[in-house]
Design a protein around this ligand. Structure first.
Ligand code: SF4
Length: 945
């Protein structure tokens, strides 16, 4: 420790602390512009370079020093005597401020940053009013080209924080500081406007700008003193970023990143800018009942009574197993807990599942079998502490954007990266080894890497001996997966396989991150298991910066699984067919429970078509877009009595018999569990709309009406009941997670939570299971009628089936409709050019989409985003499922592509233009404040005939 004096007060700080940190410890304020409050970007003052923090606003007087020293990057020393507000310091700061305002428009009353501007605040503090002198500077036009924010460079104070944030934290490097001195300014890198750069619109530059030079294209006018801030958890992906929402007059008017353990003060475009769907006019605002084929407004009493009577009728006539329910990875843990309790205890069946079946059920089945727990073994941010990062089947920068930023940060730190993916994802450009494998060849790749590891003696013999079983069978199995054979299966150079194996096995800090490119296959469980084989054989388990880390897609998919929204599992993966577990839940819930495994999502749809299920209750899911083989789903929904709880009308409510309006994430309290098992608070930020009610409340009403008596006053009551039957959540309370979330398992209230699993060896009884696996080709491929392979993925801008993100105009116009990506050779063979319409067919159906020609795919492999109705899931196969997890093979669909006729193309173009105009005209004109030039041109062209 070091002792120093600041303003005549003594303080003790750790060695290596800066003067600024020492002052903060004493509660002494030192003004800063370019300093990063979270310490993520160490100050690098440099007189030759304006990009690296050169504001000098934190200059202080240090006794014995000839000149002032900057507090943010000067280390505190033993016996140092510092003065933070001496006359010399004040003069220096005043000079800096005068220099800044000499080139800054002093139009504060009209600036949207008023009240939140550091320049304004410091000028007030140091009595700086009018400019003392004028410095000639070049006026710059506002850059409005980005859909989400604008730049007003006349207001830039040249602190360089945005440039550094984009480069060092986000890893995109879309900004650069041009020129020097008073003419220095921030400019787009690689283009004339921001729209021409590789900007990903994450808005982190906007969040760190201390003045009004970078501002959100906010739909609302507000001043800082008019808003209250409420912290909650982002509802758009499994990273679980913490957000501070600003609320004025009951509406969210702004979002800023908070410093949560998983997001470290960063957000992506959705967290930062895509919140206004909450106020969208299309929100469901009252219950509806289908009458004469149309959904009509009903009272809550009518709708609840009808649903209850239907459930009772179906139970009486066909038994409880004729009812099934889809719970939701979008909503809070409490809703999910109550949903599965409703289906199990009140209805009497285990027919409860949710869309994790379609994304990561193979993770749960794979990792639970081999390790004893089907969840991320390590933390998200730990990826920066790994020596080697192996990313496979995850387009991380698109689907888990803040995690993608960490991988970019790790790359800047010199960490090694291996990417294996059929699509040349953006992170492949940073990779030391990139394997462009054929879709569905992951088991072969892992086996090939294991073959090399065993051949070269790179395995961790001690770890294998102490913590695993099944090594001999695995060793025997991978003998035949020589690099030559695997190279043929995977379609990559054998040397790359050898190099990847050596690099992965070279350290005990190799971190595997994977997502649906691994799980969404008919052998998804084997794909997952093959990755756990790799980690166990090399001892990359139970240590910081290692492990097997499934990146769960939706915001609460981990929580929905933990809560038992699965047909085989009560909360915390306690099996329904285990008599002791059944007895425990019967005692807790006071009813007899079914010991029979229920239908999965993918089994429910056929069960409806086979007349086994008569009533489907859906909470917050949209199977008409998310489930495979849309036509098949449509027939089932037409047949069953369908109840939907949701926040928007969507493709599924079109088939609903009763619709209940729900609250959106920012209108409710509760908890989400992010992909690293961290249970975090979700807080009500704004009041519920119309007659919308929380999902748990609606479920409680239905449960009571069908004869299962239950009462909860608050959502916290539901949480507290849940933790009495959920051992891994038992020690988590709302109070405990008030400030920061806790990672399960957390068995007791004094337990701190568990950031890393399997520290003392895999939790599975008997140790980590090494499984001998054989590579299997996909059953949907190989038909000459459908000679190409379609793979799909999420994109950065949309969330799941777009019910929320498509209501945000800036998002909608960024990705308004579906498309397909093709290799140039395939495009040539098909006679297709960029932007042409094509017909894509599989054995299940056909769709029409625009073609884009890319250099990120191998020939005969096509790619499509997942999110659109009349999209990839019309083509997907629901008849072949992974035998263990029942997940379909979304990532390998056999397709045929044909160029459409000129007449058909004309009709499709006209339809697309109509859709664009309709969207534009249907929006509140206040909402579309920044005109969509393309659509405006279309409208004027139409007016002109
Ligand atoms: Fe964070 Fe994911 Fe939300 Fe983006 S979508 S802000 S990465 S939680």
């Amino acid at each position: 420790m070091i002792t120093l004096k600041i303003n005549n007060r003594t303080v003790e700080v750790e060695e290596g602390s800066t003067i600024l940190q020492a002052a903060e410890k004493l509660g002494i304020f030192i003004p800063t512009f370019c300093h990063d409050d979270y310490g993520r970007m160490p100050a690098k003052h440099c007189s030759n370079c304006t990009e690296y923090g050169d504001c000098k606003m934190c200059s202080c007087e240090v006794e014995g020093e000839a000149s002032l020293l900057t507090a943010c990057n000067t280390q505190a020393e033993e016996g140092m005597v510092v003065w933070t507000e001496s006359e010399e310091v004040k003069k220096a700061r005043t000079d800096i401020l005068y220099r800044m305002i000499a080139t800054h428009p002093l139009d504060c009353m009209n600036c949207k940053k008023l009240g939140d501007c550091k320049l304004q605040k410091y000028c007030e503090m140091y009595g700086v009013k009018d400019p003392l002198y004028e410095i000639p500077f070049e006026h710059r036009e506002k850059d409005l080209s980005n859909r989400f924010y604008y730049q007003e460079m006349d207001k830039c104070i040249r602190c360089g924080k945005c440039v550094r944030t984009c480069r060092e934290l986000v890893g995109i490097d879309a900004l650069v500081m041009a020129q020097k001195g008073s003419n220095a300014y921030v400019m787009p890198k690689g283009g004339a406007t921001m729209a021409e750069t590789n900007c990903v619109s994450c808005g982190n530059c906007v969040s760190v700008c201390p003045v009004g030079a970078l501002m959100p294209k906010s739909l609302y006018d507000f001043r800082q003193w008019e808003v209250k801030k409420v912290r909650t958890t982002c509802a758009y992906c499994g990273v679980g970023c913490q957000i501070d929402f600003s609320v004025k007059d009951g509406k969210i008017v702004d979002a800023t990143p908070a410093y949560g353990p998983s997001n470290q003060g960063l957000l992506c475009v959705k967290g930062k800018f895509a919140y206004d769907f909450i106020n969208h006019k299309d929100r469901l605002k009252y219950p509806m009942i289908r009458k004469n084929g149309k959904l009509e407004r009903a009272t809550w009493e009518e709708a609840l009574d009808l649903v209850a009577s239907k459930i009772k009728e179906v139970k009486e006539n066909y038994g409880p197993d004729a009812v099934a329910g889809f719970s939701s990875a979008r909503t809070v843990n409490e809703d999910n807990y109550l949903f599965q309790k409703f289906i199990r205890a009140a209805v009497g069946t285990n027919n409860v599942d949710h869309c994790a079946r379609l994304c990561h059920s193979s993770t749960v089945s794979g990792l639970a079998t081999t390790l004893g727990s089907g969840a991320m073994t390590n933390c998200i941010a730990e990826v920066k502490e790994a020596d080697v990062i192996f990313i496979t089947g995850s387009n991380t920068t698109e689907t888990h954007p803040v995690m993608g930023m960490y991988v970019r940060q790790a790359h800047r730190m010199g960490k090694k990266i291996i990417v294996a993916d059929p699509v040349r994802i953006p992170l492949a450009d940073l990779a030391d080894i990139y394997l462009q494998i054929n879709p569905g060849s992951s088991v072969a790749l892992s086996n090939g890497m294991l073959h090399v590891i065993f051949e070269e003696g790179l395995e961790d013999k001690e770890y294998i001996e102490k913590h695993t079983e099944g090594i001999e069978q695995l060793r025997e199995c991978v003998k035949k997966y020589t690099p030559e054979r695997v190279a043929e299966i995977c379609g990559v150079d054998k040397d790359l396989i050898i190099q990847a194996a050596r690099l992965y096995a070279s350290t005990h800090k190799s971190y595997i991150a994977y997502a649906m490119g691994i799980t969404q296959h008919v052998n998804g469980t084997d794909n997952v298991t093959s990755l756990s084989n790799l980690a166990l054989v090399t001892g990359n388990m139970g240590k910081k910066g290692s492990g097997v880390n499934p990146l769960r897609g939706q915001n609460n998919v981990q929580g929905a699984c933990d809560m038992g929204a699965l047909p085989t599992d009560y909360p915390a993966y306690q099996k329904v067919f285990n008599p002791q577990v059944q007895e425990k839940f019967e005692k807790a819930w006071g009813v007899k429970l079914s010991p029979d495994k229920g239908y999965t999502v993918t089994e429910t749809i056929p069960a409806i078509l086979e007349d086994k299920v008569k009533l489907l209750y859906i909470m917050g899911e949209n199977p008409m877009v998310s489930d495979p083989d849309t036509n098949h789903v449509r027939h089932a929904l037409e047949k069953a009595f369908v109840v939907v709880q949701d926040i928007f009308p969507n493709e599924t409510t079109e088939y609903a018999d009763v619709v209940f309006p729900s609250t959106a994430f920012a209108e409710k309290d509760g908890t989400f569990t992010n992909t690293e098992r961290r249970v975090q608070r979700v807080r009500q930020v704004v009041p519920a709309k119309g007659e919308c009610r929380d999902d748990w409340w609606t479920l409680m009403q239905v449960m009571n009406r069908i004869g299962y008596s239950c009462h909860y006053d608050t959502v916290e009551d539901v949480f507290n009941e849940m933790r009495t039957v959920t051992p891994s959540y038992a020690g988590i309370t709302y109070e405990k997670i008030e400030k920061a979330g806790v990672q399960w398992p957390c068995p007791t209230e004094d337990h701190p939570g568990t950031p890393i699993l399997h520290v003392n060896g895999p939790g599975r009884a008997g140790g980590g299971l090494l499984k001998a696996l054989e590579w299997q080709p996909s059953p949907d491929l190989g038909d000459p009628e459908y000679p190409m392979t379609l793979t799909s993925c999420r994109i950065l801008y949309h969330y799941h089936t777009r019910t929320q993100t498509d209501k945000v105009p800036a998002i909608h116009f960024t990705a308004p409709r579906n498309w397909i990506e093709l290799h140039p050779d395939d495009a040539k063979e098909l006679g297709v050019q960029e932007g042409d319409w094509v017909k894509v067919s599989s054995k299940r159906g056909s769709i029409y989409v625009e073609a884009r020609i890319v250099d990120t795919l191998q020939p005969k492999v096509a790619w499509m985003p997942f999110h659109y109705a009349e999209g990839a899931n019309v083509l997907a196969d629901s008849s072949h499922l992974d035998p263990v997890s029942k997940i379909p093979g979304f990532k390998q669909i056999g397709i045929r592509i044909e160029k459409v006729s000129a007449q058909k193309a004309k009709e499709l173009t006209a339809q697309a233009q109509n859709d664009a105009i309709e969207y534009y005209e249907n929006e509140d004109p206040k909402i579309i404040r920044y005109e969509e030039k393309e659509v405006e041109d279309l409208i004027s062209a139409r007016k002109e005939g």
